[in-house]
Design a protein around this ligand. Structure first.
Ligand SMILES: *Cc1c(COP(=O)(O)O)cnc(C)c1O
Length: 405
């Protein structure tokens, strides 16, 4: 499969003429030279009036940061390009609509110690940094990430507190390391952290949540691969939203992780005008399989303040899923998930296929909408609900896919 030439080289020569390929391909150079100020961004992109005004108003909010590598993927003059909208601030960010919350998943209330969210009995979310290589404008944790990066830095003592809680809680079998982006940490720091988790016998499963392979793929070095190999099998959930994020560089990063024995999953946030389109999603999901990443979750966008311009109605996600399921490789189809406000946790939403029952037969539709029956003697699924509470709430059980039993 011939790889398309990377947009990086021409962009580097044009905008960073003194910078060598070696510097450009060094993640520390990329991180140090992140675009964090309006003037720097204006030198690379023709900013719209709305974008310029939004950049002036950012003070104290989710900051701007874009790696030079990622900036090369942005359309230089079209502010409506999906990828550009995910990282360049817009006026709509300042418009709060009903139902939006600073902490929509109520994570702070499920935090027994700072830096740890323990919502489900068997798994915990460990926040190891507040920094990312590139900030996403729809970030669920926009309330905490990025804010004056130095003062918000997660200290070793805070991390020790969170690790002590995990060590003292045998019910935690699964630790999800997130942030911020944990791969902004140095190899030595990650090695230390993973080593600490290895030493806890009840922790059986460790995964890292990161967008680094797609915003700063240079970070996936041979040295990092060696660190990851040294520990118990680590899984990774990679945040990617659009097929344009699959480049020769990010593909190489994913192959290097897969070669290091890291099973890779993808988490995609469904975003209006970015990827709420069957063709774009299909291209993304198929592209992921080619770089050995299994699409894991398609996430309904969380209602953070100023996110209305990104959010799609839930039925759109179900429609898109129905357009994928059965129409393409099952491996390419993620689960569509809504993270319930007020801390309800992730809820899988499935397009309904059961249409009812005739005697012992369960009736359902296939991916083409044709009707089929299965001999389901003794089953109760698909029985016409008789109890009035179920009758009163038909929409609720259709949406969750949970048939009232
Ligand atoms: C998403 C999440 C997890 C992991 O959930 P899975 O469905 O197992 O991927 C764990 N803790 C919190 C707080 C989460 O938001």
């Amino acid at each position: 499969m011939p790889a398309a030439p990377s947009p990086s080289t021409a962009f580097r020569r044009r905008h960073f003429p003194g910078v060598t390929a070696k510097e450009w391909n060094d993640w520390r150079w990329q991180h140090r030279h992140r675009i964090q100020h309006a003037e720097e961004l204006a030198a690379l992109l023709t900013l719209s009036v709305d974008e310029s005004a939004a950049l002036r108003r950012l003070q104290g909010r989710l900051p701007l940061a874009i790696t030079p590598y990622y900036a090369a993927l942005l359309h230089p003059s079209d502010p409506s390009q999906g990828l550009r909208r995910t990282v360049v601030p817009a006026g709509a960010e300042f418009v709060t609509t009903p139902g939006e919350l600073r902490d929509p998943l109520d994570e702070d209330a499920h935090s027994p110690v700072p830096g740890l969210v323990h919502r489900y009995p068997d798994r915990a979310l460990l926040l190891v940094t507040n920094t990312c290589a590139t900030y996403c404008r729809y970030c669920t944790r926009s309330r905490m990430v990025g804010a004056s990066e130095e003062s918000q830095r997660i200290t070793t003592s805070r991390l020790e507190g969170a690790l002590a809680h995990i060590a003292a809680t045998p019910a935690i079998r699964d630790v999800l390391i997130s942030g911020g982006d944990p791969l902004v940490l140095s190899d030595a720091r990650l090695d230390w952290l993973l080593g600490r988790l290895d030493a806890m016998p009840h922790v059986r499963f460790v995964r890292l949540g990161t967008k680094i392979p797609f915003v700063m793929p240079q970070r996936i070095t041979a040295g990092l691969a060696r660190v990851l190999r040294r520990h118990r099998p680590i899984w990774m959930s990679l945040h990617i939203n659009h097929p344009a994020e699959i480049t020769p560089e990010s593909a190489r990063a994913c192959h290097r992780l897969a070669d290091a024995g890291v099973p890779l999953g993808a988490q995609t946030v469904l975003l209006r005008g970015v990827n709420d389109d069957l063709e774009i999603l299909r291209e993304l999901l198929h592209g992921l399989l080619e770089i050995r990443v299994k699409p894991y979750y398609l996430l309904q966008c969380d209602p953070i303040p100023g996110s209305a311009h990104f959010r799609t109605p839930v039925h759109r996600g179900l429609e898109l899923l129905a357009g994928l399921q059965g129409h393409t490789s099952g491996y390419a189809v993620p689960a569509f998930v809504l993270d319930a406000p007020q801390g309800g946790g992730k809820i899988r939403l499935v397009p309904e296929h059961i249409v009812g029952r005739e005697g012992g037969d369960l009736l359902f539709t296939n991916y083409e909408g044709r009707l089929f029956r299965y001999p389901d003697a003794g089953g109760t699924l698909g029985e016409k609900p008789t109890a009035t509470p179920a009758d009163a709430q038909p929409a609720a059980w259709r949406l969750t896919g949970a048939w009232p039993i």
